[in-house]
Design a protein around this ligand. Structure first.
Ligand SMILES: Cc1cc2nc3c(=O)[nH]c(=O)nc-3n(C[C@H](O)[C@H](O)[C@H](O)COP(=O)(O)OP(=O)(O)OC[C@H]3O[C@@H](n4cnc5c(N)ncnc54)[C@H](O)[C@@H]3O)c2cc1C
Length: 475
């Protein structure tokens, strides 16, 4: 029986800078696999729009791999528990070794461990690389030998290592001789609703988006990145989340285009690099504290907060009918497109937790179920930051005023008018707080009074802290 190498694509849906693919093809004739584990995706609240992006990207990947004479087998799995039965079907192909890139989440790690052991018994080897981050999680420790809990020293260490080692991007492998398979598994992936159609999925288009951002937009990133009405950020997160592009490719392109600007503190290029370092930071945090996957607060005393969890208020937040125009515009954009600007993610997260007093985990879950770029580490990190429960989180008394945020970051109401048509005809001076005008009748009234809600939040946190202190004293 001929022997083949098998690359199992998961969150690394690309042919460039793909160590698993490169290594497999260096070892001999290679085939590739993608499994759609629908039930597990559903259990992880993966948004339909993200599933659709994956489906479209996998189809494009299939063509790109065909150009390398690597057939991509597409299998409709169900849950991770079926993983052995998927591989059972493939063993007759004569697989010598399975190549993968690590996934950091707990269930994925367990799935891989079970499969690795199962394959070993059947004489199939397992090869895994750890390249989701620029530097491998666990390789950075502070003076006490532990992972950093604060971003700034982590970033300093990261930059030091970057200056010493740089980043290495792997080229696309050269085509191999055609591989003939006995199993008719080269099928198109099923399902899909085309809801992600606004996001191109061809490798060249994604690379062009990166190039365009680094050539034309990054200079102004520092100045404009907080304005949601503008297209001033890279919008690469959906691709980074599914691995259609790697973080190393982003940094390498930035180095080429920004040159010396990258060394200037506060240049657009260096601020953008800092955002990519935030991405690494949250992944390192997840690996160091795997219990985060169980949605535990990082700061344990905040577990005692008695969230009000009013379902009617939660529904108003989800639907974008809170009566706070910027919050509502952001939520409606999320519901309709699967996308939300970073500034708005912070505003709506703060509003849910500190104005509506709803458990941050409700928002975290809702985001995952809607975001095209849903990524556990970044989403959990962002929510715990906003809720003041996480590593390097906002202090609990830092409470965004949703109206002031609106005046600062959408001063002319362009973003609001785009997503809240009831307010489209309002003059600028009323767009952020329309409730004084009779013409705003079609628009919902404010569900809470921000000033009062703020006081309640301070009280909730103080109470939880006192509880923590009491239990410390009694131990
Ligand atoms: C409550 C909340 C939830 C979030 N959920 C997610 C999520 O599920 N998936 C996700 O990718 N990002 C998440 N973020 C981070 C951030 O909002 C998005 O990465 C960013 O808006 C994506 O837009 P962009 O690609 O144009 O980013 P750019 O501004 O161009 O930044 C470049 C890249 O850096 C990374 N990045 C930027 N900011 C952050 C950050 N704060 N944390 C981690 N990585 C960052 C992303 O990969 C992003 O694509 C969340 C933030 C908050 C406050």
């Amino acid at each position: 029986m001929p022997v083949v190498q098998l690359v199992w694509f998961r969150s690394d849906l690309r042919v460039y800078d793909n160590a698993a693919l490169t290594e497999a093809m260096a070892q001999g004739p290679t085939i590739a696999l993608f499994v759609a584990f629908r039930q597990s995706w559903y259990q992880h609240d993966m948004a339909p729009v993200k599933q659709d992006l994956i489906r479209r990207r996998v189809q494009a990947l299939q063509q790109e791999l065909a150009g390398l004479n690597v057939p991509l087998l597409l299998v409709e799995g169900n849950s991770y528990q079926d993983v052995q039965s998927v591989f059972e079907q493939l063993l007759p192909l004569g697989i010598a070794r399975v190549y993968t890139e690590v996934e950091y989440e707990l269930r994925e790690r367990r799935r891989d461990q079970v499969l690795k052991d199962w394959l070993a018994v059947r004489g199939v080897a397992w090869w895994q690389c750890d390249r989701q981050c620029v530097f491998v999680p666990g390789s950075f420790v502070n003076g006490s030998g532990a992972m950093y809990q604060v971003y700034t020293p982590f970033k300093k260490r990261w930059l030091q290592r970057f200056a010493e080692q740089g980043v290495q991007v792997l080229a696309k492998p050269k085509p191999q001789a055609p591989v003939v398979l006995d199993l008719p598994l080269v099928t198109p992936m099923q399902g899909g609703n085309n809801s992600s159609a606004d996001w191109p999925v061809q490798q060249d288009d994604v690379m062009q988006q990166l190039r365009h951002f680094c050539q034309q937009q990054v200079q102004d990133y520092q100045k404009l990145r907080d304005l949601p009405a503008l297209d001033a950020t890279s919008r690469l997160s959906p691709y980074l989340a599914i691995g259609a592009i790697s973080v190393r490719q982003c940094i390498a392109r930035l180095q080429v285009e920004a040159g010396a600007d990258l060394q200037q503190a506060n240049s657009g290029a260096s601020v953008w690099l800092s955002e990519l370092i935030w991405r690494d930071f949250y992944k390192h945090v997840l690996v160091a504290w795997p219990d985060l996957i169980k949605h535990q607060p990082f700061q344990t005393d905040t577990a005692a907060i008695r969230w009000h969890n009013d379902e009617t208020l939660f529904q108003a937040w989800c639907d974008g009918t809170t009566g706070y125009p910027l919050v509502d515009a952001a939520m409606r954009q999320l519901n309709q497109t699967g996308w939300m600007h970073n500034r708005l993610r912070m505003v709506v997260a703060s509003f849910l937790v500190k104005d509506l007093h709803i458990d941050w985990r409700w928002g975290e879950r809702y985001f995952m179920s809607r975001l095209i770029d849903g990524d556990f580490a970044a989403n959990n990190g962002g929510w715990q930051w906003a809720a003041s429960t996480g590593t390097d989180a906002a202090p609990y008394f830092r409470i965004f005023n949703p109206v002031t945020q609106s005046e600062r970051f959408d001063p002319d109401g362009i973003f609001i008018r785009n997503w809240v048509p009831e307010l489209a005809r309002l003059p600028n001076q009323h767009i952020h707080w329309p409730h004084k005008l009779p013409m705003s009748k079609e628009y919902p009234g404010a569900v809470v009074d921000h000033a009062k809600a703020r006081q309640v939040t301070l009280e909730l946190f103080r109470h939880a802290r006192q509880q923590g202190e009491k239990s410390d004293e009694s131990t």
